[in-house]
Ligand binder design. Sequence first.
Ligand code: AMP
Length: 191
Amino acid sequence: MINLVLFGKPGAGKGTQAEFLKSKYQLFHISTGDLFRHHISNKTELGTLAQSYMDKGDLVPDQVTIDMLKDAVENNPEAKGFIFDGFPRTTKQAEALDAFLSEKSIQISATLALEADDDILVERLINRGKTSGRADDQDEDKIRNRFDEYNNKTAPLRSFYVAQGKFHSVDGIGSVDQITQRLTALIDGLL
Ligand code: AMP
């Protein structure tokens, strides 16, 4: 079973690459951002809570995020493996994920980090905001706040996964195809 964590700042291309990887390796893709947006459009209680954080570019609190992720895994018992996209984003989430997976005798195979400079990412997000309609993509202050959240809360996960020997950096600048090739070369080397 392959279980991948896609790691990287907002706009690094995690969602785009997950689309390719999930079909190539037949993995089930779980994006916590997409799950929250689904709750928001269905006007659930969780959606209302999540929106108050997402609109500002803040992370949603750990416990609700972890519970939602666990449900998504539990609801897909037939999956041959998972791509976790945008999760974990805090040390608490990473620890909860390890504990939860080990109860099922499965583990993360690799964490793949898409690396790119902030200025390029801001430009990508502003462009994406023109078509995505996402409030958090349309305002540079909110984007910068998402980067601050990443630097403060998510970046420490790098050493968490390095310590486990699972962290792999991938150059996230280039065409979508080039980046897919870099990722698949890496994953194929792990298989
Ligand atoms: P994304 O679509 O991954 O860029 O996520 C959009 C927003 O959803 C983030 O800015 C957070 O507010 C929220 N979010 C997504 N995943 C998480 C997570 N693992 N932990 C906390 N908040 C999250």
